[in-house]
Ligand binder design. Structure first.
Ligand code: ZN
Length: 123
């Protein structure tokens, strides 16, 4: 089948949206599956990542924090990972591979500071 460049772009966009929807579904399923068996949840994480790579989409921020960047296991805070704040970062420590992940939250801090400057009374 041949597509005009514009039509192909639209098709890709459509497929990306579908992929994102299924990634959302996969993470919901992983959440449930984790209670029964963490291994199934790990496998679901792998599937979601593969789907994102195939369609060249970035995993949304919320999902990036749900699995370990090193061993790709599904993370549940206080069950198989530790979450700590340090300086301007949120630090996740994976119990499985004993690696740290760091997520900066400078952007959020700056936003709150700007909010405070705009209306100092409310905060
Ligand atoms: Zn890990």
């Amino acid at each position: 089948m041949k597509y005009s460049p514009k039509g192909y772009r639209e098709l890709k966009e459509k497929r990306r949206k579908q992929a994102l929807d299924s990634i959302r579904g996969i993470f919901l399923k992983a959440d449930e599956a984790f209670r029964a068996s963490p291994k199934i949840a790990d496998r679901l994480v792998r599937r979601a990542r593969k789907l994102a790579m195939k369609h060249k989409i970035r995993l949304p921020r919320v999902y990036k924090r749900r699995f370990c960047k090193n061993c790709y296991c599904f993370l549940v805070p206080s069950v198989n990972c530790r979450v700590r704040l340090s300086g301007q970062k949120v630090i996740y420590f994976c119990f499985g591979c004993r690696k740290y992940m760091r997520f900066p939250y400078v952007r959020e801090k700056r936003q709150r500071m700007l909010q405070r400057l705009e209306n100092p009374k409310t905060l």
